[in-house]
Design a protein around this ligand. Structure first.
Ligand SMILES: *[C@@H]1O[C@H](CO)[C@@H](O)[C@H](O)[C@H]1NC(C)=O
Ligand SMILES: *[C@@H]1O[C@H](CO)[C@@H](O)[C@H](O)[C@H]1NC(C)=O
Ligand SMILES: *[C@@H]1O[C@H](CO)[C@@H](O)[C@H](O)[C@H]1NC(C)=O
Ligand SMILES: *[C@@H]1O[C@H](CO)[C@@H](O)[C@H](O)[C@H]1NC(C)=O
Ligand SMILES: *[C@@H]1O[C@H](CO)[C@@H](O)[C@H](O)[C@H]1NC(C)=O
Ligand SMILES: *[C@@H]1O[C@H](CO)[C@@H](O)[C@H](O)[C@H]1NC(C)=O
Length: 321
């Protein structure tokens, strides 16, 4: 192995994987047209095998590299993984499986993954998650399930995550969320639900997440948001409700957010909705005028009715000069 390293390090060669060493161990990076190494240095801490269109990995692919901390397997065509795949690498912190063809995760896949912090399963073909899919995960801080085909979520999906800060479920096919979805010890800072098929946002769903700073709900089919849906979200700095089916929102919905209590750091987007600009929007109008500096896409935020106001911007309807 030492000889192989010397060879690779001294003659950079497009046919070979790139191996670099630091005080922490070796980093191995394989991209086409390199030929895949059959064995990796025993002190490999970082391994990338990407863009090969691999459909399967040998069950023992990670045998002998027990110090591995980061594994990047994006842009292959992996269809399944064996339940034993991660057993040899209990120190793994980052696993990136972006753009593969996984339809499911075998139960027990993460049984030895207590150190895993970042799990990216973006752009696969997952249709469902088993309730026990996450058994063994204890340190997860960032979970990306975006761009899959999830229609429902199992109850208790997140129940055992205490450190989860970022959850991305964007661009799936979710129509509803389990009512207890966000209960549990987790304290999310960023939640992505954009690009689903959600129709309603219920009263208590977000309540257990007072530390939430960014909430992405754009590109759904939301037509109903409960009056207290945002109650308790006193840290929210970014809210995206664009491209939904909102024609009105209940009075009081907006008061927990932004001014007068505080400034939203980033802003809010309510463009691309069929707003009906009548007195039912009075609560929103008052809030808009106080927070208009933080409003994105003002020019695309327009009244769809009544006839006399159709096409006017919501800000103008609210009385802004
Ligand atoms: C070695 O690991 C430490 C802690 O993970 C990290 O801060 C440092 O940057 C790493 N050193 C190198 C050369 O990669
Ligand atoms: C992987 O598949 C893509 C799309 O079919 C192709 O363009 C690419 O050359 C393939 N890569 C390899 C390493 O075979
Ligand atoms: C993945 O699926 C293929 C086809 O169903 C099967 O032959 C193979 O054994 C599976 N591999 C693993 C690791 O489960
Ligand atoms: C959560 O943890 C409890 C206690 O360790 C365990 O019984 C339960 O199966 C776990 N649930 C999930 C979904 O992992
Ligand atoms: C809303 O949809 C329109 C039209 O599809 C698109 O141009 C716009 O970028 C979308 N807005 C956001 C914030 O995604
Ligand atoms: C605002 O939108 C209207 C109609 O969609 C368009 O004609 C106009 O150019 C836009 N103005 C700006 C400043 O983008």
């Amino acid at each position: 192995m030492f000889l192989l390293l010397l060879f690779v390090a001294s003659c950079p060669n497009p046919d070979a994987c790139l191996v670099t060493q630091s005080g922490n161990g070796s980093s191995v990076s394989c991209h086409p047209p390199a030929r895949l190494l059959r064995h990796f240095p025993a002190d490999t801490v970082h391994l990338a095998v990407e863009f090969f269109n691999l459909t399967q990995l040998p069950a023992n692919a990670l045998q002998g590299i027990s110090q591995l901390q980061e594994l990047h397997l994006s842009s292959n065509r992996l269809e399944n993984l064996s339940a034993e795949f991660l057993l040899p690498v209990p120190q793994l912190k980052v696993l990136d499986l972006t753009r593969n063809a996984l339809t499911q995760l075998p139960p027990g896949l993460f049984q030895a993954s207590a150190a895993l912090h970042t799990l990216v399963l973006k752009e696969n073909r997952l249709e469902a998650l088993a309730t026990a899919w996450s058994c063994g995960l204890k340190a997860l801080g960032h979970l990306d399930l975006s761009g899959n085909r999830l229609r429902t979520l199992p109850p208790g999906l997140l129940a055992n995550f205490t450190d989860l800060r970022v959850l991305d479920l964007g661009n799936n096919q979710l129509e509803t969320l389990p009512p207890d979805f966000l209960k549990g010890p987790l304290q999310l800072e960023r939640l992505h639900l954009e690009g689903n098929r959600l129709q309603a946002l219920g009263e208590g769903l977000l309540a257990p997440q007072p530390a939430l700073r960014s909430l992405f709900l754009g590109h759904n089919q939301l037509s109903a948001v409960a009056a207290g849906a945002f109650r308790g979200l006193r840290q929210l700095d970014m809210l995206d409700l664009s491209n939904n089916s909102l024609s009105s929102t209940p009075g009081g919905l907006w008061t927990p957010l932004g001014r007068p209590a505080r400034d939203m750091e980033d802003g809010f987007d309510i463009s691309g909705n069929p707003w009906i600009c009548d007195q039912k929007l009075d609560g929103l109008y008052a809030w808009l005028l106080a927070n208009k500096d933080k409003m994105f896409f003002r020019n695309d935020t327009r009244c769809a009715g009544p006839e006399a106001l159709k096409g006017q911007t919501l800000l103008a309807a609210a009385g802004s000069p």
